[in-house]
Ligand binder design. Structure first.
Ligand code: FAD
Length: 424
């Protein structure tokens, strides 16, 4: 028996076996011999998606390579590669992903399986960029699917939480390699809220962070630009502010009543606006070394700001010790059966708490506010949806569950959490 923990430390499991197959034959043998199978990428999900008492697979050593389509618009990529490894390999080939989230240690399959997204008013999640899968299903065979090949399997697999099988390769949309300019500055929340649509349209990627006890936001944009020389070291400023932030989190954990004043102090210390330029795959991700627990709800675009304000007002009224800022992002609508963005253009609100501080009660209160705004949760982040909620919120959940039962009739790829969530 070997122990396993997720990134934040809130999920622990004791799988019978943790294995890293290198070939399809090894993978088939492992899947064939196990009664229950889960796959883990980087373990960055906050929900117990990878929890299992039987076989836990990891595909980071699976022997596969990127395969670029002749038109250079798509690439078959190893599903177990981290986004860090994938985007660096694409860059060498003169290619980039269309969008990325905050960090890059996640596996490609983990990111696609959970609807991981970045920000951009016109840009969908990574699941929307996946246009084909090679998947080992419960019978040990590798099945390929895409819009025109096994289309029902494809529709379910686009955001599947790993319920249909083990993704070994994913075909993903790519674009010619590009550089990004990042700008970060302090702005009043009132102004950003008022001009959200205009600001969201002005650059390709716009997001902001706001501490619940501050009236100003950390406003961040990314926009494609020409390359610049000489390049500056990317992380110097971030490292200093992370060390300061960690100290503030530790003080808040020890003396929670200080949280509001320390947050205002921290915003007051924010330096001058910053700017940097670099290859997109280096500029998208940030370092996230301070562990936290996270909940995120995706809302209809128009409900985003009112819901954020309601959440902040709730925290202030109850004087709750929330140490991390909210993160507010935009995403395009999509047509994926289980995507929380499938009702149209979305606004995404992430709520974090320092991992050393109690989070469960806070999250219960926040979830009520976020659900009032007609939100649907990010599947990898903390939520308490029931099967009834899933079917009420997702008109196509029945088709998704049907595909799971067709391709995995004995529920080999399910675990306790997912069986309860989807009523499998
Ligand atoms: C610090 C931090 C920052 C984050 N930033 C963002 C962000 O900016 N945007 C965002 O949307 N989310 C973000 N997340 C959430 C994160 O992107 C998701 O949890 C993502 O699933 C993590 O990828 P992973 O490789 O760790 O997946 P895991 O957590 O390991 O697995 C996630 C799911 O994918 C399945 N899976 C993994 N590999 C396979 C495979 N080969 N075949 C089949 N199924 C598979 C697993 O079974 C599981 O259901 C963040 C999380 C953390 C901790």
């Amino acid at each position: 028996m070997t122990g396993w923990n997720n990134w934040s430390g809130s999920v622990a499991a004791s799988p019978r076996l943790i294995a890293k197959p290198r070939t399809a034959a090894e993978l088939a043998s492992l899947v064939g011999q196990a009664s229950k199978v889960r796959v883990v990428g980087a373990g960055h999900s906050f929900m117990p998606l990878c929890e299992t008492g039987d076989l836990l697979l990891n595909l980071s050593d699976y022997e596969s390579a990127i395969e670029i389509a002749p038109d250079r618009k798509t690439v078959w990529a190893p599903a177990g590669w981290s986004l860090k490894k994938l985007t660096a390999a694409l860059w060498i080939e003169g290619l980039s992903l269309i969008n990325q989230g905050d960090i890059n240690p996640q596996s490609l399959a983990g990111a696609v399986s959970t609807g991981t997204h970045g920000t951009g008013a016109e840009l969908g999640s990574l699941s929307t960029q996946a246009c084909g899968f090679r998947l080992m299903t419960a019978d040990g065979q590798i099945v390929e699917c895409g819009p025109d090949l096994n289309p029902e399997l494809y529709q379910a697999q686009r955001l599947s939480l790993g319920l249909l099988g083990v993704a070994v390769e994913i075909r993903i949309n790519v674009v010619p390699a590009y550089h990004l300019e990042e700008r970060v500055e302090r702005r009043p929340l009132a102004e950003v809220a008022e001009r959200l649509d205009e600001l969201g349209a002005a650059t390709r990627h716009m997001e902001f962070f706001v501490f619940p006890y501050s009236d100003d936001v950390i406003f961040k944009t990314l926009h494609p630009v020409e390359a610049e020389e000489p390049r500056r070291p990317a992380r110097e400023v971030g490292e200093d502010s992370e060390a300061t932030f960690r100290k503030i989190c530790d003080v808040c954990a020890a003396i929670p009543i200080l949280t509001p004043s320390l947050q205002r102090l921290m915003m007051g210390m924010m330096g001058k606006p910053s700017r940097r330029v670099g290859p997109a795959y280096e500029i998208f991700p940030s370092e996230r070394n301070i562990r936290f627990e996270e909940m995120e709800y995706e809302l209809p675009r128009a409900a985003g700001i009112p819901t954020l304000k309601a959440a902040m007002a709730h925290i202030r009224k109850r004087r709750l010790p929330v140490t991390f800022p909210f993160e507010f992002r935009l995403a395009a609508g999509d047509d994926i059966w289980m995507s929380p963005f499938n009702a149209g253009p979305g606004a995404s609100i992430s709520f974090h708490q320092y991992a050393k501080m109690p989070w469960r009660e806070l999250f219960t209160e926040m979830e009520a506010v976020l659900r009032d705004g007609a939100g649907r949760p990010h599947w990898a982040k903390r939520h308490t949806l029931t099967t009834a909620d899933v079917h009420r919120l997702y008109p196509r959940a029945g088709e998704f569950v049907g595909a799971c039962k067709t391709w995995d009739p004995t529920g080999k790829f399910a675990n306790t959490h997912l069986t309860q969530l989807f009523g499998l």
